[in-house]
Design a protein. Structure first.
Length: 354
């Protein structure tokens, strides 16, 4: 009897331990859309987070400026901001933000300038004396946007002007109606604009900024010291989810719509589904592969490229100096762990998912 009771208590303890998932909150600067939110939905539906003993919740704040204090104060576990505000904290004269990036979520430049296809604007220099629409003048991407224009010989605030036009539809309409001359949105929003039937021309940032990382996952420095395995497990599940969406984008789109039914379009059985799959696939292509087609190491930061971009930001006056401890801000410590999973087994699961 005692042996049975002991075995029963051990079994119950094991069940309790298996059910005790680690709570993880991820702070986003903008609400998720199908192109960037589908991997989270896939991870939830296939149990990828749960397999890593995680219970993940997304929370949305209004921009990086509101998000970063939440991570710095440990009110949330991880954040997903752009990097310029974190780098700028090293020039504030105060203690820099106690945060480190651990996963490069957008390893290629996502921002671009968009004009209508029949616009005479074909280069950055052609934006002289023009109005450029942005979502808000507080966007964390604007320092890099200004630097791109200065590399092209322009001076924001003097011979080119940023104008707040809101996001997506309101910005698209502002450009169509020629209230502005160009939009400064990310490439996935450019994809959405094209899929509305509008013909556009995309103007890229200068080469020095083309591999500049955009949004990435960030954690408090204490998490690196006290709970590094939490970072490994989250990054692995997120990488697995991207892999699933590459194999079966339709499942990931449908998973996103199930979790965010208000985002499901009326024509979800036809053009709406095809458009959503296109948006997701294009985003994954830019994220997972280099322009030459070679596959990236998921989550990895290219530190020499970052140094060159920071030097360019300093040269254009956006940063007071290029003397930034890049290794302290961007970590590749866990990259090997992120891609450490059975791809064949996961591919089979992804192909069977509906």
């Amino acid at each position: 009897m005692r042996l049975k009771l002991l075995l029963l208590s051990l079994m119950l303890a094991g069940v309790s331990q298996a059910q005790a998932l680690d709570d993880v909150t991820v702070a986003l600067a903008i609400p998720p859309a199908v192109h960037d939110g589908a991997p989270y939905a896939a991870a939830q539906e296939l149990g990828l987070f749960k397999q890593q003993n995680l219970s993940v919740k997304l929370v949305v704040f209004q921009g990086a400026g509101a998000l970063l204090p939440q991570v710095a104060s440990k009110r949330v576990t991880f954040g997903y901001p752009v990097s310029e505000p974190v780098i700028s904290s090293y020039f504030s004269g105060k203690d820099p933000l106690p945060l480190r990036y651990f996963y490069n979520g957008t390893p290629a430049q996502t921002m671009e300038y968009t004009v209508l296809a029949d616009s005479p604007i074909k280069t950055l220099a052609d934006l002289k004396d023009k109005k450029i629409g942005v979502g808000a003048l507080t966007w964390g991407t604007i320092p890099n946007s200004r630097a791109a224009l200065r590399v092209a010989g322009l001076e924001p605030g003097k011979n080119v002007e940023f104008v707040a036009v809101g996001v997506l539809g309101s910005g698209f309409q502002a450009l169509r109606s020629k209230q502005i001359d160009a939009l400064n949105y990310n490439s996935s929003w450019g994809d959405i604009f094209e899929l509305t039937g509008t013909k556009i021309r995309r103007i890229a940032y200068p080469d020095v900024f083309q591999e500049t990382p955009g949004n990435g996952f960030i954690a408090h420095e204490d998490t690196f010291k006290d709970n590094p395995d939490l970072i490994r497990r989250f990054g692995r599940a997120y990488t697995e989810a991207q892999y699933v969406c590459e194999v079966n984008p339709e499942f990931c789109v449908q998973a996103f719509w199930r979790q965010y039914p208000e985002s499901k379009p009326a024509n979800a059985d036809g053009k709406g589904l095809n458009d959503a799959k296109t948006l997701l696939t294009r985003r994954l292509q830019r994220t997972l592969y280099r322009e030459n087609g070679s596959r990236r190491n998921p989550g990895e930061y290219d530190l020499p490229v970052i140094r060159a971009a920071i030097a360019a930001m300093a040269k254009t006056g956006e940063f007071p100096s290029a003397a930034v401890p890049v290794e302290r801000i961007f970590s590749n410590e866990f990259v090997a762990a992120f891609d450490d999973f059975d791809k064949n087994a996961l591919k089979a699961r992804a192909e069977a998912a509906k």
